[in-house]
Design a binder for this molecule. Structure first.
Ligand SMILES: C[S@@+](CC[C@H](N)C(=O)[O-])C[C@H]1O[C@@H](n2cnc3c(N)ncnc32)[C@H](O)[C@@H]1O
Length: 402
């Protein structure tokens, strides 16, 4: 057997040893332990897999899993499993509830079981898992649908698009892989606004994509109370979430820092604000186009989360130049919550987000040097960068340069 081994047993053994040595840290939920072991587990898979298994996983296993999951969402299969409260659901019941062909539903359930989306209890009997349960909640369910229908085709088309453009780095938000894939001349957000079903999915997805990771306002990340809790007077708003989506960051801030007083303001485009409906207590809604002057003056903080990475430098400068006049020099802070691409050893959540940005807007994730350069060009001085762990977003704090 040893002579046919294609993987490095030494590397595999080393990874397994490191994983075993991390058991205590994972059980204790020490900061960064889960992410560390997850990265090792992926590395272990890459080490153990034969080249042909890697091709299979990339080429059929994951695409089939993605397609079967989307189909199960369309047929509300995960809801049906959920209704059974962990009791097994038979194939017959699923055929009746979905109206699908029995043979088709059976092969779908088999692949979803084999890839751990659902659990196979016995012959033609299935039950929910934590993943399938999550996929009944809009912020996770819509993540699959948005990525399958909108981002997926665009990512898939990148090689053909680049072949056509002679491998230039994409840089035109109105003529990139997204337009090539979706046969449009509209930039991503304009295209999205014209398709309410996808826009709703995107907004729900944005509420969920960072769930479960330490956030900027958690203890041990950005010292919120110390940096923005010290306020000169109680009149100006505490924080304006510019392009804040459905407001999940404000809710988190309010929940995790009930000691902070002050108005919290959510700004986004009209359709997004409409989707928010009735805001949670203490959160004000404003329809605002961030390419126009910021109407809320003198807030302690203006917060931009996953906003600037959607735009090229010229448009970022326009966004920033519309906020800066509203900032009180020496008092207001600009908080940019974004990935900072490390010079060495960038983790896959960041490198794949960089490719996603290429696919959607012909834009990119930025390095620390690029962030500092951009903010300085706008007339801002970076007063700190807080990073919790490789592969998570950083919090960049800046003030108006005096
Ligand atoms: C990637 S999402 C980030 C949402 C939220 N900050 C988060 O981190 O989940 C970008 C947001 O920018 C908003 N947006 C795009 N163009 C805008 C504009 N011109 N004015 C205001 N918001 C805009 C989108 O509607 C969307 O909610």
């Amino acid at each position: 057997m040893a002579s046919s081994t294609t993987y490095s047993t030494q590397i595999a053994a080393d990874i397994l040893g490191t994983i075993a040595a991390s058991t205590e840290a994972v059980v204790q939920q020490r900061p960064g332990a889960r992410e560390h072991v997850l990265a090792l587990a992926y590395k272990l898979v890459s080490t153990l897999e034969t080249p042909s298994e890697t091709v299979q996983r990339m080429g059929w296993t994951e695409p089939a899993r993605f397609a079967a999951t989307q189909m199960a969402i369309d047929l509300k299969i995960f809801e049906k499993l959920e209704e059974a409260h962990n009791a097994p659901v038979s194939l017959v019941d699923l055929v009746v509830s979905t109206g699908g062909d029995a043979a088709l539903i059976a092969r779908t359930m088999k692949h979803l079981s084999a890839t751990n989306i659902i659990s196979e209890i016995g012959v033609d009997e299935y039950a929910s898992t934590p993943i399938s349960t999550a996929l009944t909640i809009p912020k996770f369910r819509d993540g699959i649908s948005y990525l399958y229908n909108v981002a997926g085709p665009s990512l898939h088309s990148i090689p053909a698009y680049l072949k056509k453009t002679g491998y230039e780095n994409p840089g035109n938000i109105a003529d990139g892989p997204f337009q090539f894939a979706h046969k449009t001349q509209n930039p991503f957000f304009i295209w999205l606004a014209e398709r309410p079903e996808y826009a709703e999915q995107f907004n729900n997805y944005m509420s969920g994509y960072r769930q479960g990771k330490l956030s900027w306002c958690d203890e041990g990340f950005y010292p919120v109370a110390e940096r923005i809790g010290q306020r000169l007077n109680s009149e100006p708003p505490l924080l304006v979430d510019v392009g804040g989506g459905l407001g999940h960051d404000l809710l988190e801030l309010r929940t995790k820092h009930p000691e902070l007083s002050g108005r919290l303001i959510l700004q986004d485009q009209a359709d997004v604000i409409k989707q928010v409906g009735n805001p949670e207590k203490g959160i004000e809604l404003i329809v605002h186009d961030f390419f126009t002057p910021q109407p809320v003056k003198g807030a302690k903080a203006y917060y931009l989360h996953s906003v600037l990475h959607d735009w090229d430098d010229a448009r970022c400068l326009k966004i920033l130049n519309n906020i800066i006049p509203a900032m009180s020099p020496g008092y207001s802070k600009l908080l940019v919550n974004e990935n900072v691409v490390p010079d060495v050893g960038a983790a896959w959540p960041i490198t794949s987000m960089d490719w996603l940005m290429m696919a959607l807007g012909a834009v990119k994730e930025r390095t620390e040097k690029q962030w500092r350069g951009l903010l300085q060009q706008a007339g801002l001085e970076v007063t700190g960068i807080w990073t919790y762990e490789q592969g998570t977003e950083s919090l960049i704090e800046a003030e108006v340069a005096i």
